[in-house]
Design a binder for this molecule. Structure first.
Ligand code: G3I
Length: 305
């Protein structure tokens, strides 16, 4: 195959990109998306502040645009994200515990039901653990008012809302073995032991010189897969350029292919100019949608040419 999506499909996987609805009208953007990718993640359009800016009043316009586009091209869709401390409207953090619990469950239920049957996997809970060596939960309205049980409750609510979507926990700085990924690992192990519904773990994989591709990346994916969940690379971007960047992208791609339960890779944007990193060149396409050395390295690693 001569495209990322085609080559990934030949290996039984998807290759996706984070997409912003506002860029779909730019023809080279849409053309690159449609040619190269067979999965999408809305970059911001499904977040709480985008879909439920005021309580129980839902606005799905921009997210629907991406979902409609993706469905028209037969692409998989990752839903991102239901419960996250960031991009959370002010009214949510103002609620008392019992109102917050019902608001969280209502949000999960209404958003998942709106997209029922259309979403391959949902990031049910995003970034709930702290960085550093504590392995502790991150402070958030959910953690602070509902306690550790909020994650389990979110996953149980999500399963009831759309039994056909895969339910993922998604985080960053969990890409290698460290205190944070150990804490997530222990949570997933506990969920599997107690029958709490969880199907997948997302490894965001935002890499730069401070946070390089870990040496034990593949082993870390493998140990999660061994718990009986799928693993996915959900927000890949790697700072750098030229052959050094290409080598890192190749390693990440090879790691996913080496883990049978690694079902797909998503890069966090298409051309460098639309990366969330204000400066830098972390993606596979340059500002004119030219294919970078990193693109060729990924395509070759996937067995394409
Ligand atoms: O929508 C408003 C617009 O109305 C306003 O005029 C403009 C002015 O600042 O801001 C717009 O919102 C921005 C939004 O992206 C949509 O473009 C926010 O300021 C900006 O902070 C937001 O950034 C997003 C970031 O998440 C927020 O946390 C990035 O695009 C998005 O790539 C990034 O994605 C996250 C994942 O969801 C979770 N993992 C980390 C990853 C990278 O930070």
């Amino acid at each position: 195959a001569s495209t990322l999506g085609g080559a990934a499909a030949a290996k039984g996987r998807y290759f996706g990109a984070a997409v912003a609805a506002g860029h779909l009208g730019e023809s080279p953007y849409a053309a690159t998306l449609d040619t190269e990718f067979n999965a999408v993640t809305p970059e911001n359009e499904m977040k709480w502040d985008a879909v439920e800016r005021s309580r129980n009043s839902f606005t799905f316009g921009s997210a629907d645009q991406i979902v409609g586009h993706a469905q028209g091209k037969g692409m998989k869709i990752r839903g991102h994200t239901l419960v996250w401390h960031s991009q959370l409207p002010g009214w949510v953090s103002g609620l008392n515990a019992s109102d917050l619990r019902s608001a969280m469950n209502n949000h999960i239920t209404k958003v998942m039901q709106h997209y029922q049957g259309k979403i391959y996997a949902w990031d049910v809970v995003n970034e709930a653990f702290q960085d550093g060596n504590s392995g502790a939960r991150r402070s958030s309205p959910f953690q602070d008012k509902l306690g550790d049980g909020f994650i389990e409750e979110a996953f149980r609510t999500a399963r009831a809302a759309d039994p056909n979507a895969k339910l993922c926990y998604n985080d960053y700085n969990t890409d290698g073995q460290n205190a944070k990924s150990n804490a997530v690992y222990n949570m997933v192990k506990d969920f599997k032991a107690r029958g709490v519904p969880i199907d997948c773990v997302g490894f965001q994989s935002h890499f730069n010189s401070q946070s390089p591709v870990p040496g034990d990346y593949q082993q870390n994916l493998q140990r999660f897969a061994a718990l009986g969940v799928d693993v996915q690379i959900t927000e890949l971007d790697i700072e750098g350029s030229g052959s050094a960047q290409a080598d890192n992208y190749r390693r990440v791609t090879q790691a996913c292919l080496a883990v049978s339960r690694c079902t797909g890779i998503t890069v966090w944007g298409i051309p460098d100019k639309y990366s969330w990193r204000a400066s830098g060149t972390p993606l596979l396409f340059d500002d004119n949608y030219g294919k970078k050395p990193a693109y060729s390295a990924v395509l070759a690693a996937l067995g394409g040419s």
